[in-house]
Write a protein that binds this ligand. Sequence first.
Ligand SMILES: [Zn+2]
Length: 119
Amino acid sequence: MDEERAEDVEKAMGEWQRQHPKATFTEIERALDERLYEVRAKLLEGLVKEREASLRRGVERCPECGSKLRDAGKRKRQITTTGDQSIAMERRYLTCPECGAGLFPSSGRTGIFGVDVTR
Ligand SMILES: [Zn+2]
């Protein structure tokens, strides 16, 4: 976590403590975790975006039939991560004009997700 974000959490927790002077250890811990999960999700979202943007833009072939894939625009996806935090993603989607398969270039061997060829 960068220092600025860590300070934000510290400040927010200081404020929370003033509003909850009788909080138990468990309650303090829970409140801290909630804020850390939010920061974690934001950092993760930024990292995933960076990875998606860095993917090669070369000709990609259908893993099913070998035809040249066509760009089918971007698809939005929500991922729920630790602490029930939601991460918004936009991924490029490719389809095969021959067999109808579709895939996300960010999946597979060079990607960050498992292979998810769709039909
Ligand atoms: Zn195909």
